[in-house]
Each structure stands twice: as C-alpha cells, then as structure tokens.
Design a protein around this ligand. Sequence first.
Ligand SMILES: [Zn+2]
Ligand SMILES: [Zn+2]
Length: 110
Amino acid sequence: MQSFEHFVHCNECLSFPSNGTKIYFTTCGHLYCDRCVNSGVLNDSICKNCRQKCGHTLLSANLKPQTLQYFEDDVYFLQKYEKIRNFQKKQTELYLKHSRIEVLHSFLSV
Ligand SMILES: [Zn+2]
Ligand SMILES: [Zn+2]
C-alpha cells in the first residue's frame, strides 16, 4: 500500500487520495475522486475518460484481491515473478540433468 501515492490520482482533477479525498476505481480502469464523481464524471455510469459503461468502487484496503493487485508495489510482483521463473528454471535443469544421466545409463548398460 505504500506505493499508492506514486500513481493513484483522480483522472479528472489530479487530486491525490487523502483524508478529505476518497478515490474511486472504475471497472474500465480509471480513477476518480469523490468530488468529481459527485460532479458527474460517471453520470449514467458512463466514464468521462473512456466513454465506457462502468461500475465504480471505493479504493480501500478492503477491495477484492484481483482489484487490489493493481495497487500493489510492482517490485513485489517482479520478485514474485523472478521466484517462479527461478523455480521453473531449476526444475527444468534438474530434469535435464536427470534425463542426461538416464540416457548415459542406458547407453552404458547396452
Ligand atoms: Zn477529481
Ligand atoms: Zn474509463
């Protein structure tokens, strides 16, 4: 959550989330503050930015994980990705090493 302020801003008036400013996240991927929502950026559920029909939820720590992940530290995701990649690489190497030994064994036992 500490990276919130780096990029979370109202796409209409550029306000940042603060005690007085709530930010809403739309299903079309835009962010608006409560003042802009109240003044009509989402009138008739049409996003002013992209003209798509959308829903919106208040941005808070209680969001669903699939929504919240957009606001997590991207470094964390890179590390997670790196871990997965290393794991798969290691497994592949183990397999290759093992299969090479198998091949060698079957070659020697002929
Ligand atoms: Zn705004
Ligand atoms: Zn939009």
